[in-house]
Design a protein around this ligand. Structure first.
Ligand SMILES: [Zn+2]
Length: 370
């Protein structure tokens, strides 16, 4: 870790979000498991012994697990709030389920992960969230008797990623194992339909670093033949597109000081789309994508130094800790976690596609094999 990283301040910042969520986050009750995840993953990256420190929170987290009988099929997952329980409606959803699993892994709660939950019914829940014919996923099920799926619910590449990450954590290590629950070919078609002319993945033909990271992470997790859906030419264009997302004060950008989409302080940061300002979270999404594509080409890591400087000099908060989106906003748990994760990725200590520190993921998987 760099000496410029305010480790103690970041730990204190993240701790505060677990001890008592600041009142401004009260409206984020549905995202509570996500905020906890950002705090735990962030602290784990900073070297905190998370299982020891939060030992007593294990049982509280377990109360978020629910099983439902859906027309004779048992499905299970996690709810955001254990007190808001509607017995007739499956209130579990895919994002909460993934965040809860991350939290359990950060806490080393293997007893619950291997005996307390029914892995098969969690995978069945993922299966029921896949939209037949389209390959993509919704985040939750509408009612007990109809296994489908709110028509207004989002169903973009983020949900495909969440579905595949859950299946992987529940033991589906290969596409053969995943095919037991989901239509892999349909999912791959959906991913392919999001390839953009410029390189990268996005909706409506516009590449976006977040969707690009989701698509590439899915292919990385599923591995093997799945990469064949991308042509070598598309992979090269994607690498080029990603490298171009790093904002630089050098070269032609020097001449663009009057460009309203360009800020000198963004030097070294990454933007999520063309003509946008740099943002801490896109450092992670772009670096993760580049790390994954490193297997196809010798990219080197020259972009790391500027990215690191951008995070440490511009978006890290020197007073209260945490990372902000940019050099003007207040820090928040999401950008703090993503900033720390990006630095861990640069240091080789983070598994980007599975969004966990490598040591934690290794420990969990070793336990799984036993
Ligand atoms: Zn952001």
């Amino acid at each position: 870790m760099s000496d410029k990283l305010h480790v103690k301040k970041h730990i204190k910042y993240l701790e505060r979000h677990l001890a008592l969520l600041p009142s401004k986050y009260q409206e984020h009750e549905p995202n509570k498991l996500a905020i906890i995840c950002y705090a735990l993953v962030g602290q784990a990256c900073l070297g905190v012994d998370v299982p020891k420190k939060y030992e007593e929170s294990k049982s509280w987290l377990e109360t978020h697990y629910r099983e439902f009988n859906l027309n004779g099929d048992l499905v299970s997952g996690f709810v955001s709030c254990p007190t808001m329980d509607l017995t007739a409606v499956p209130t579990i959803n895919l994002p909460n389920t993934l965040f809860a699993l991350y939290n359990m892994i950060c806490l080393d709660n293997y007893e619950f992960l291997f005996e307390g939950i029914d892995r098969d019914s969690i995978c069945r829940f993922v299966s029921k969230c896949q939209i037949p014919g389209r390959g993509t996923f919704v985040s939750c099920l509408d009612s007990m008797d109809n296994s489908i799926r709110s028509p207004t619910d989002s169903s973009d590449l983020r949900y495909c990623y969440i579905a595949v990450a859950i299946l992987n954590l529940m033991g589906c290590q290969t596409t053969v194992q995943m095919r037991k629950y989901i239509d892999v070919d349909n999912l791959l078609e959906f991913i392919k339909s999001h390839c953009c002319m410029t390189g990268g993945f996005g909706q409506y033909g516009e590449a976006h670093a977040g969707y690009t990271s989701c698509a590439l992470s899915i292919l990385d997790i599923m591995g093997g033949d799945c990469w064949q859906i991308l042509s070598p030419d598309f992979v090269s264009r994607t690498i080029e597109w990603l490298v171009m997302r790093q904002v630089s004060n050098q070269g032609c950008m020097k001449l663009m000081v009057n460009n309203e989409n360009y800020d000198l302080a963004d030097n070294g940061g990454f933007q999520g789309r063309e003509n946008k300002f740099a943002d801490t979270c896109y450092v992670f999404w772009c670096l993760n994508s580049l790390e994954i594509l490193n297997r196809f080409t010798k990219l080197g890591t020259t972009y790391h130094i500027d990215a690191l400087n951008y995070l440490l000099e511009n978006t890290q908060n020197d007073v209260i800790g945490g990372f902000a989106k940019n050099d003007e906003d207040d820090p928040d748990p999401y950008h703090t976690c993503l900033g720390i994760a990006a630095i861990s990725l640069i240091n080789g200590n983070f598994n980007g596609p599975m969004f966990l520190p490598t040591t934690l993921l290794y420990k969990y998987r070793t336990h799984y094999v036993q």
